[in-house]
Design a protein around this ligand. Structure first.
Ligand SMILES: Cc1ncc(COP(=O)(O)O)c(C=O)c1O
Length: 395
């Protein structure tokens, strides 16, 4: 099979899995009306499949900051952070992230994906080891591959398995980086951070926590799992993204290790790419300010999340173990998942469809992402529709 025929075969396999041929993946959003509503085809849909946890995509403060930055600094930096792409705003945002986490250093990357790629490949290399959770996001896997370090996976959130693998490393643990996530994006469950920290200390290795889905969601001021668990000082490196609670695009890494600064000179995903646009940086700074100031958005997010999680659980859906804004209904087969996804769209609700191999352990998921801008009525409508479709499709 040549290169193009291989792609044809992959496409055929995907289409065969989706008997109705509906384009669940990459579905065009024709118009966006608000943080909770958009148009798909000729339907006005309720958005339950975005990572807009705090509902800030149209926050006036962020819009105004972005507009001002475009007017004053133009549409793009046209260069790398290492060359001409480090504006005042990039440095200011790095300082603001460092201050938010009470850390000495902060780095801003062009995407959250690159934050993981750049941090991991800058920290570890050939001869070093990364110990990663089996459910890690692709950016973590790819960062590990790019680094050339030995990659060892431990079973998802399984601390006995992690310790077994640490024990086998012997004196290689001092050049080992453990990587976990605050909230895992597939099932919305949280890492057992206290136990991971205990093992990290016991075996003398380093720990990186990706707070992509937990920034703005967990903790009194929204730092993430580090704050919820009171373990901020025990984690060596925290990465995250601007594309979820902060409603723009970009990524960060913060640390109390001054060596983080050296990554600026060795990390290819930081160096060999253009820096985020001024508007992106400006709206991110405004969103971080909103995220830090007050718990109102987070409280509303949790109220909405618990309402939907409880209703789906009571309806008999099998969900991830930790209630939160990522609510995944696990169904028996890809066909059932597709039917449920389509049924929800037919009722003007857009959610994410996740099929094997993207979902862990061959699961088929229909995933809702709740946000702070949703209303109680919207949550009830979604819950009632899930209940109706369970009767019609899954029973
Ligand atoms: C856990 C995790 N880390 C990193 C990323 C990458 O972030 P971004 O999409 O902003 O590049 C994602 C994105 O979904 C994610 O879920």
């Amino acid at each position: 099979m040549n290169l193009l025929e291989k792609l044809d075969a992959a496409a055929a396999a995907r289409i065969a899995m989706l008997p109705t041929g509906v384009g669940a993946f990459g579905i065009p959003i024709e118009e966006v009306y608000s943080a909770t509503e958009a148009r798909i085809g000729d339907r006005r849909v309720l958005l339950l499949g975005t990572n807009n946890y705090l509902g800030l995509t149209f926050a006036p403060e962020c819009l105004e900051a972005a507009h001002e930055a475009i007017d004053e600094e133009g549409t793009g930096t046209t260069g790398s952070r290492m060359a001409n792409g480090s504006y005042f705003g990039h440095r200011a945002l790095e300082k603001e992230f460092a201050a938010f986490y009470q850390c000495s250093s902060g780095m801003v990357f062009t995407t959250g994906y690159q934050a993981n790629l750049g941090t991991i490949s800058g920290l570890v290399g050939q001869g070093d080891t990364v110990l990663i959770d089996g459910d890690s996001h692709a950016s973590i896997y790819d960062g590990c591959i790019l680094s050339g370090a030995d990659i060892i996976r431990f079973k998802h959130n399984d601390m006995a398995d992690l310790e077994k693998r640490l024990r086998r490393l012997g004196n290689r643990t001092e050049t080992t980086l453990i990587i976990a996530e605050g909230i895992y994006s597939m099932l919305g469950d949280q890492a057992p951070l206290a136990e991971i920290v205990e093992l990290k200390k016991k075996y003398g290795c380093f720990l990186l926590l990706d707070e992509a889905h937990s920034l703005g969601v967990l903790g009194e001021t929204g730092q993430g799992l580090v704050e919820k668990t009171g373990l901020l000082k025990e984690v060596d490196f925290i990465t995250g993204t601007f594309s979820k609670s902060l409603c723009s695009i970009g990524g960060y890494c913060v640390s109390n290790h001054p060596q983080l600064e050296q990554l600026r000179f060795v990390s290819h995903p930081y160096i060999f790419t253009a820096s985020p646009s001024p508007a992106t940086i400006a709206s991110t700074r405004a969103a971080l300010e909103l995220l830090r100031n007050g718990t109102e958005l987070r409280d509303q997010l949790w109220k909405n999340s618990l309402q939907l999680y409880t209703q789906l659980e009571e309806t008999g859906y099998k969900l991830g173990p930790d209630p939160g804004p990522v609510i995944s209904a696990m169904v028996e087969s890809p066909q059932q998942a597709l039917a449920l996804w389509q049924g929800l769209l037919d009722h003007d609700i857009y959610v994410n469809l996740i099929l094997p191999p993207a979902a862990p352990e061959g699961k088929s998921l229909v995933r809702c992402s709740v946000n702070a801008a949703h209303t109680t009525e919207q949550m009830k409508y979604v819950g009632d529709t899930f209940a109706k479709l369970k009767q019609e499709i899954l029973n």
